[in-house]
Design a protein around this ligand. Sequence first.
Ligand code: NAP
Length: 245
Amino acid sequence: MSDKKVALITGGTRGIGKAIAKIFSQKGYNLVLNYVSENTDINKLEKEIKNDNEILFVRANVSKYSEAEELVKKAIEKFGKIDVLVNNAGITRDNLIMRMKEEDFDSVINTNLKGTFNVTKNVIPYMMKKREGRIVNISSVVGVSGNAGQCNYAASKAGIIGFSKSIAKELASRNILCNCIAPGFIGTDMTDVLSDEVKNNINNQIPLKRMGSPEEIAKSVYFLGGEDNTYITGQVLNVDGGMLM
Ligand code: NAP
């Protein structure tokens, strides 16, 4: 088995997750890239992301415990270890609470928050055995500030922060560091659905007056999840152009 470090990234095939995959790939990590959509073009993605490393693509719905378990099992069968876990997979189902359906609340909590638990729970035993690991969970500034029309999403992202701080405390003695990145407004498929008017309004509220790029988030994930981070744990880093101060 290769002695390269291994990073498992959920939702690693689009947007922020793909940018995170690229940076870990450039730094020489072997990758386990998870996704859920049936029509994902793995060959194209492999050409785009791969360097002098190996990539295992695994289709799994992280909101289902058994699929998260299978995802980690396949990663271990292929690479024998997981050094870095990035819980990035996430969805939105926005609406005001007056109009929000129960299934929209449940699907966002189950994917974003429960999905983070499902994958982390299965990865932890392998990190504990090695007495080393890095976990970076992708929260959001709205998990800290709240946002009208996103009570499900904001609750899931606030939950991720509480979850991360708790396991950072539980696992510090095993040299497993767990932190959150809280992105602001980032240009991906998730934000592409917004009208130009909404995008302009949001941009005007950002001190840097623009949305961030997936690459700007990926650099901060590498900062917390890479080998150089040896003493930061239980923290939330806002990467948001100054949106939340
Ligand atoms: P995106 O472009 O919509 O990509 C979402 C990724 O998550 C895709 O790879 C998708 O896989 C995967 N995914 C969704 N549901 C999944 C499931 N049940 N199981 C496994 N994978 C699943 O989103 P993004 O903007 O890059 O967002 C990435 C993360 O950053 C999310 O957690 C999001 O909440 C957070 N975030 C984004 C922004 C922003 O402005 N964009 C701001 C703050 C936080 P498929 O490709 O297979 O569908």
